[in-house]
Design a protein around this ligand. Sequence first.
Ligand code: GLV
Ligand code: MN
Ligand code: MN
Length: 415
Amino acid sequence: MGADGTFERMWSELEPVGRHPRSGGYRRFAWADADLECRTWFVANAAERDLDVEADGNGNLWAWWGDPEAGNALVTGSHLDSVPDGGAFDGPLGVVSAFAALDVLRARGFTPSRPVAIVAFSDEEGARFGVACGGSRLMTGELDADRGRALTDAEGVTMAEAMAAAGHDPAGVGTDPERLSRLGQFVELHVEQGRVPLTTPDGARVWGLDGYGAPIGLASMIWPHGRWRFDFAGRADHAGTTALGDRDDPMIRYADAVLAARAAAERHTAVATFGKVSVHPNGVNAIPSLVQAWLDARGSDEERVRATVADVSGHTGSRTSPQPAVEESWTPAVRFDDALRDVVATALKPRFGAVPVLPTGAGHDAGILAAAGVPAAMLFVRNPTGVSHSPAESADRADCLSGVEALADVLEALG
Ligand code: GLV
Ligand code: MN
Ligand code: MN
């Protein structure tokens, strides 16, 4: 079977897993049923290829072509979990393409001179426990083991409890320097997200890979980003009997903060999003006692992001008192390894010419590994609309197959 055949088969196996029948989006949350089905799929695909599979202490899955102990491993892959109602491509495209690229390499008769591994990192989106890239952060020590184990989901289930219920011993969670030291380079293929401004060789200003007319791009950097929790406290009361002047309504303060975030992001040329909110007690005929809301803020440099969050925290609009925020995660800017990117660009040249190099506002496990000293690179596959974290996320099949060829070319050059 050619690369297109193996890609199609794997894609159709994964397609129904965790897909919500009404929204059409994916709900593959760490250690829940759909995630476990994806893990089973990973293990089966590794076994079919005679790769040795292991789950590390943090639940990341590794499929080895060659000796894991030998060191200087060339690693590719991505993640299989999703945001609530996520698209089909964010994460799985990198894992499916990794297996398909390995098939291409074998069909070419290529034998790597060092171990090659395919990885599916655990809990990349942080949709369930709130911290993104949980699997890679725990491995590098960027997320403390005790803090990770104690993170809770919306039902109060801890990460440790969720792992244990899924048959994974949480005692193994934590920094894994030995494994980290065995990784030589990491190459993550990912669907393009958003459409950044690019300049074509003839000087035209265009948007994203589609505007550029390129199926494949290369990452230059990941914007710094973080998540902050705001607790707006108020006084619960009756929605019908409490005069407007008598109310202490935290929903009003939350609404003000949403508008303040938008204005601050515009002022500082950043982006800021309140995408998750929890209202207590959440009754239609009751003024809430508490509104908890999470702000995701990102920008091309740390100052912009910090200034945006500070403006929201310190917002003193007519109905909003200054509101300290709890920083739940922070990821500094990551600049990918220039030397590795040059090698990757050279490997891509015969098939794709000079590919555009672009920054991204999305976080990735490749960024966590890069920050921990593992040279990393990212390939982006064109997403014509740029829409992501949505059921509308898309990539043409021909571009996905170009991604497989691109990844195979890169692994062959590096392997
Ligand atoms: C992960 O996809 C993120 O950027 O939030
Ligand atoms: Mn994502
Ligand atoms: Mn992703």
